[in-house]
Each structure stands twice: as C-alpha cells, then as structure tokens.
Design a protein around this ligand. Structure first.
Ligand SMILES: [Zn+2]
Length: 424
C-alpha cells in the first residue's frame, strides 16, 4: 500500500509553469483550449490534454492523491482567508455541538469522507467544497447532454472573452463581462441569431485565470444546446459583432476592436462521429468537465487557475500568488459561477437546482458508514492537522483496526500536549 500521507503530488506542472512564467503571451490567453485552436475536429486522440495528471497511477491512487492535495490546499486557503469564518471552519469543526463526526465511504468515488462537519460551500474558493460541487455539476451537465443528444440535439461550446490588462481590477472586469453577457442574452438581434442557428438552451460558466503579463483573465464558457438544424455559416462572426457592442456598452477599455472581433468569441460545436460527438476539447475531457470544472484545471504557461495559485502559495513558488488569490476571492465570492438558462432544467426533465451550500453539505445516506468519532476524539484528530485527517480517512478505507490504532495514537498525542500545556 503506497504511503499517501507524506509529501506532495508531483510538481511538474507548477515547475514548468514557473520556468515559463514570464514567457511572452497576449492578453487573450484562452487557457486549456488554446493549443487545440488549429486542430481539426476529431484528431485529438493522440494529443495529451494539458490538464492530464502528470504521473502514472491507478484511478484509486489518483483519487487519494487528489484528496490529500485538496486538504493541503484547503489549509493554505484557511491561512489566506482566515477572517472568513465559514472558510475557517470548513471540514474542521462540527456542524453543531450535538453532532458526531462520521466517516463514510462515497459510493461514487470509493473514497472515505467526513460528515457532520461544517462546510463553507464556496465552490469558487474552497478546494474541498469546490471539488464536490464541480463533480455534482459535471454529473448534472452530463445528464442534460445525454437527454439532449437522445433527442437528436447537438452540443457546442461558445467562449466569450474580453480584453484585459494588468492594471485592471478583477471585480470591475467580472462585473463588466457578466453584465455584457446578461445584456447580450436579452438583445433581440442575439435572440434572432440563436433562433436561426437552433440554439435553444445554455449553461453559462464563469472562469477566471491570472497571468503575470496581463493580470486577471475572466471569461465565459457557454455550453450551447443546439437543435440538429445547426448550421454554422457565419455564426461566430455575427456573435463577435454583438459581443463587441455589448462590451463597449459596459465601458470595457478597447485598444484593439479588430482583436475582439477576431478572438473575442470562439465557437466549437460538436461534430457527430458515429454514435458520439467529438469536440476539440479532446477525448478524455468532455464538454461537461470543461464547463463544470473550468476553475479547477491546471493552467498553462503564465495562466494560473485559482487552484494553481493556492499550489504556488503552498510551494512558495510565485511571490504574488497569495495577494492575487485574495483579490480573486474578494471579487469572486458571492458570484454565480454556473447558471442554467431559464426553463432549461424543467424542459430536460432535471430536478430543481441545488445551491452550492446544499451540495457541499450533502451526504448520501446510502454511502456505507465506516466509523463514528465523538467530540473529544474529533478534537484530537483535528489537533493532528490536515495530514492526520487525511491519513485517518485512508486507514478507515483500508481496515478498521489500523484506523482505531491511529485514532488511539492521535488521542494520546493530544492528551500529552494538553498535559504539557497544563503543566506550563
Ligand atoms: Zn469548503
């Protein structure tokens, strides 16, 4: 059994990013889709996705490594945003004084998790809640895509970007891009265009990355549900005209209007190959992942996702990462990162939407129960730090005796330290 409790996951991505941190690039960095820009549809099979794990491991090992890292990064987040009570208490303190802390095994991932603890539900900030929320969203979006494809529809990804410069504040740019899209969505010409190309429903996902050269790069991924009548013609070109007009109406600084027309909107509509739709997004990273997990993937050269920033704070590899993350947190908190268009869920037969807080706090009562920790025991486990909490989950997944022995060890260590503290 490999030891997952020590060390960090391989840092190839961070190292590569660090080396290239100051490489020249434009203010239009598009993140993960950039390098497939010129790739013909359906030829991605041999191409390695930019955010593929950089180590060889079984699915189970990858899951455990990812969880260990989430806990590590959550500890980093807690340090950065200590003033935020909900983030400070997330997965650390009991939900209320009456609740015990349970360890259950997720029937979806096979991994153990704690229930009965507070959760912050800040999907855009917290690595732990964010992972759960993103996976929930991915499954819902996948279900919607399946229903849609069953009806013979086509899915596609529209990406809206805006010019951005290092001197700009993220909160201003976020407000501008969201308002520009909201207004676009209400525009009559846009509505007419949607009708003409058979665009019937959309899921709007907000993604924010940051680069040293051009600062924050907010952009929108719109997962479009098109009827099978979809005809591209000059859809992207017309869309770009409308987008430019809406950005200008929001007062977005525009040094190069032609660049906005050329690169402000990107359209990737799935192409049916046999029974499957292929997109430029690649084989293993489908449309649902692209939209639901946008803020979680590993960024590329001088293009860091929020999770990347936390990694850099942890590794002390990017001096400004902490301050940049704090600005991101202040601007992003309270915004809707994912929005389904009106009536869409009902039309596709999906259940009413859950809030991020509900998803983060949710426990599947069918998940097998592995252990129960009373309040004093949990205090001792908590005292062991995030590595002890992760280690206990790993042991509980493995066998009960090892988990019990580890808990006894943690309780002993806690009692010892309390004794020392009491004597001094
Ligand atoms: Zn959280």
């Amino acid at each position: 059994m490999p030891n997952f409790s020590t060390g960090s996951p391989p840092q190839g991505g961070a190292e590569a990013a660090r080396r290239a941190a100051l490489a020249p690039g434009g203010g239009w960095g598009r993140g993960a889709l950039d390098d497939s820009r010129e790739t013909p549809l359906g030829t991605m099979a041999g191409k390695r996705a930019a955010f593929e794990p950089e180590f060889v491991a079984t699915v189970e090992e990858t899951g455990k490594l990812a969880r260990a890292e989430r806990y590590e990064l959550q500890a980093v987040l807690r340090g950065l945003l200590f003033e935020n009570r909900r983030i400070r208490g997330c997965l650390l303190y009991r939900r209320d004084t009456a609740s015990s802390v349970d360890i259950r095994r997720s029937s979806l991932s096979g991994l153990g998790y704690y229930s009965g603890l507070q959760t912050c539900g800040r999907g855009a900030l917290c690595p732990c809640c964010g992972s759960k929320i993103a996976e929930h969203n991915r499954r819902e979006i996948q279900a919607a895509l399946d229903v849609w494809r069953g009806k013979g529809g086509v899915a596609g990804l529209l990406t809206f970007t805006m010019p951005h410069y290092r001197s700009q504040r993220l909160s201003d740019n976020l407000s501008a891009i969201l308002a520009a899209y909201r207004e676009l969505d209400r525009n009559r010409p846009y509505r007419r265009l949607c009708k003409a190309v058979g665009l019937q429903h959309t899921i709007r996902a907000l993604e924010v990355t940051w680069g040293r050269l051009n600062g924050f790069h907010p952009h929108l991924h719109i997962l479009g549900f098109f009827s099978d009548r979809f005809v591209a013609d000059d859809f992207a070109g017309e869309l770009a005209q409308l987008w430019l007009a809406n950005l200008e109406r929001q007062g977005v600084a525009m040094k190069d209007r032609d660049a906005v027309l050329a690169r402000g909107v990107r359209v990737d509509v799935g192409v049916k190959v046999g029974a499957q739709y292929l997109s430029k997004v690649g084989r293993s990273w489908g449309l649902a992942e692209e939209v639901a997990k946008a803020n979680r993937k590993r960024g590329r050269v001088d293009n860091y996702s929020p999770v990347d920033l936390l990694r850099h704070v942890r590794d002390s590899t990017l001096p400004e990462a902490g301050a940049v993350f704090r600005e991101y947190a202040a601007a992003a908190d309270g915004r809707h990162f994912l929005r389904w268009s009106a009536h869409m869920r009902r039309d596709l037969g999906l259940l009413p939407e859950k809030s991020d807080e509900e998803v983060a706090a949710g426990v599947d009562q069918l998940d097998p129960f592995l252990a129960r920790l009373d309040a004093p025991t949990w205090r001792a486990v908590r005292f062991g730090g995030q590595r002890a909490r992760v280690r206990l989950l790993e042991l509980a997944e493995q066998d009960e005796d090892s988990a019990l022995a580890y808990v006894a060890h943690l309780v002993g260590r806690y009692a010892e330290s309390a004794g020392v503290g009491g004597a001094s």
